[in-house]
Design a protein around this ligand. Structure first.
Ligand code: SAM
Length: 236
């Protein structure tokens, strides 16, 4: 049986806004984008679907959302049905997008690419994005290079084999063919409010889940000034 992962924890607890800065950051980022009902948007790693749905209500755009986790997909599907939003949902990986070249005007990814093979995913974003399209990505960063032990610890909780500094991200993004790379927000995790609007009811949690929850909390505490996030806005 495979190990219980951090993503399983988020899915099990039905955590929404599972990115640093939470829904407040999402609203701040998306309320003033040059989007319209004509825009074709892809949200990669949509989780519970809250951002995709919010975007639809704001702009009535043509939105496609993907995620790799079945529970997340189920939750997103329920939300889209309940809110009657015509968002197309696919089970797919950021590393191998099931879309043809130049299919979207905008790609959004909130705390997702970090969990994937970053080079592969960024190349895929570049491939499916129209010329002049842009990506808006909230990504986990480290404020400095991590020691091997620290990296192993992060991997044991998040499954992320390698974390990157802001400059490393910029270089990956550039290599994937993007230009005008701007860092429009960012902070260490100690300096942002909790990333989730919901908190678990501990009585209901099986021990494997509780243990993952505590490991995550410990990382937030111990790496609070070392781990952070950046919001990258980049054009193709
Ligand atoms: C930290 S959660 C963020 C979810 C959502 N974007 C949010 O902000 O609430 C990471 C999400 O990325 C998804 N994910 C992880 N690896 C993925 C991959 N290779 N392709 C697509 N989605 C992936 C997970 O299933 C999960 O829903």
């Amino acid at each position: 049986m495979r190990n219980f992962t951090y993503i399983d924890l988020l899915a099990f607890l039905e955590i929404e806004d599972a990115h640093p800065g939470g829904f407040e950051l999402t609203k701040r980022l998306f309320n003033n984008l040059p989007l319209s009902s004509e825009s074709k948007i892809l949200e990669v790693g949509c989780g519970s679907g809250k951002t995709a749905s919010y975007l639809y209500h704001l702009y009535k755009s043509d939105i496609t959302a993907i995620d790799i986790n079945r529970k997340m997909l189920r939750k997103a599907m329920q939300r889209f049905k309940h809110e009657q939003v015509p968002i197309k949902l696919h089970a797919a990986s950021a590393e191998n997008l099931p879309f043809s070249n130049n299919s979207f005007d905008v790609i959004i990814s909130e705390s997702v690419t970090s969990f994937t093979n970053v080079k592969k995913s960024l190349n895929e974003y570049s491939r499916v994005l129209n010329d002049n399209g842009f990506i808006l990505a909230i990504e986990m960063t480290t404020e400095r290079l991590l020691l091997e032990d620290e990296q192993n610890e992060i991997e044991s909780v998040y499954g992320i084999k390698q974390t990157y500094t802001e400059n490393e991200w910029i270089s990956f993004i550039k290599n994937a063919g993007f230009k005008n790379i701007k860092v429009i927000a960012g902070n260490t995790i100690s300096n942002v409010p909790s990333s989730s609007s919901s908190s678990p009811s501990f009585q209901q949690l099986p021990s494997s889940i509780l243990s993952m929850y505590y490991k995550h909390q410990e990382i937030l505490f111990r790496f609070g000034y070392i781990l952070g996030y950046r919001v990258f806005l980049c054009h193709k």
